[in-house]
Structures are given as structure tokens and as C-alpha cells.
Design a protein around this ligand. Sequence first.
Ligand code: 4NP
Length: 158
Amino acid sequence: MSYKLLFVCLGNICRSPSAENIMNHLIKERALDVQVFCDSAGTSAYHIGSAPDRRMNAAAQKQGIELVGKARKFRTLDFEKFDLILAMDRSNYQDILYLDREGKYQDKVQMICSFAANHDDKEVPDPYYGGQDGFNYVIDLLFDCCSGLLDYVAKEKL
Ligand code: 4NP
């Protein structure tokens, strides 16, 4: 059985697919693909079925990552299926916990920035309405977060 990670943002076209694809890249580098599984989702229904944002993909490609996937909405069944659910910002975190009506899964939901080693950010900023620099920054920050997260998973969960 693999350890299952779910990355969650608002639209599932910028930040969470970036986290998912960066994490898959790091997982392959460390030959952990059999042991760790990743997916991503959005708390909103705005972009269901859409590919990752092309500005986000341009930023990812500069770091050697191709963003693949199709947006879907977070569903309550995800609480059961995944071992750890990573929110990009505080509103994602609140929106996810709001769906946990009985408070059974609170420990599974964490802020992804808590795993960053080289950034002080508490949240991954939403790049959607900004310029290309914002997208590039999200990729840098998520590399840091995902690297720390994978260290944690490899050390504590596998
Ligand atoms: P994401 O970015 O949550 O990182 O996928 C956004 C995508 C779309 C919107 C906002 C943020 N939107 O308002 O449509």
C-alpha cells in the first residue's frame, strides 16, 4: 500500500497541479514511485476538466517540469482515500475543514508551507491575477515545500 498525498488549492489549475507534478518529479528522482501516490484537487468547481494554466506550465517548464492533469473538485471521499491533504493557503484549509462535518480528519489536513525549509511564507500565494513573476515564485516555493514534505514522508511514513 502506498502513502497517498492530495494537494488542494482553489481552482486546481495553478498551485495544486504544480505541487502534484513537482512532487511526482521528486518521487521519481528518489525511486519512491511505488511507495508514494499523489493527486490534486480544487475547492471550487470553476475549472473542472481544465488542463493546468499555461502561465503556470511555462514557469514549471523552466524548471524541467511538465504540468499534466485535469482539474477536479475536492470531494468528502478524499478524506478517506488520502493519508495527508496539503492546503496551499488558509482559505483552502478552512474550506477543506468545513467539509469535515464531524471533525474526524483534522489531523490529515496541513498547510504545505509548514514543510518549507528555505522560505518563510505561511501560504502559497495565488498567482492567478498577477504576472509571470508570481508563477515563477510559486514553482520555487513549491520545490522547497515538496522537498521537505518528501523528506518527512520518507522518514516518518514509509
Ligand atoms: P489555483 O489558482 O487555485 O492555484 O488553481 C486559481 C485559479 C483560478 C482562479 C483563482 C485561483 N479563479 O478565480 O478562477
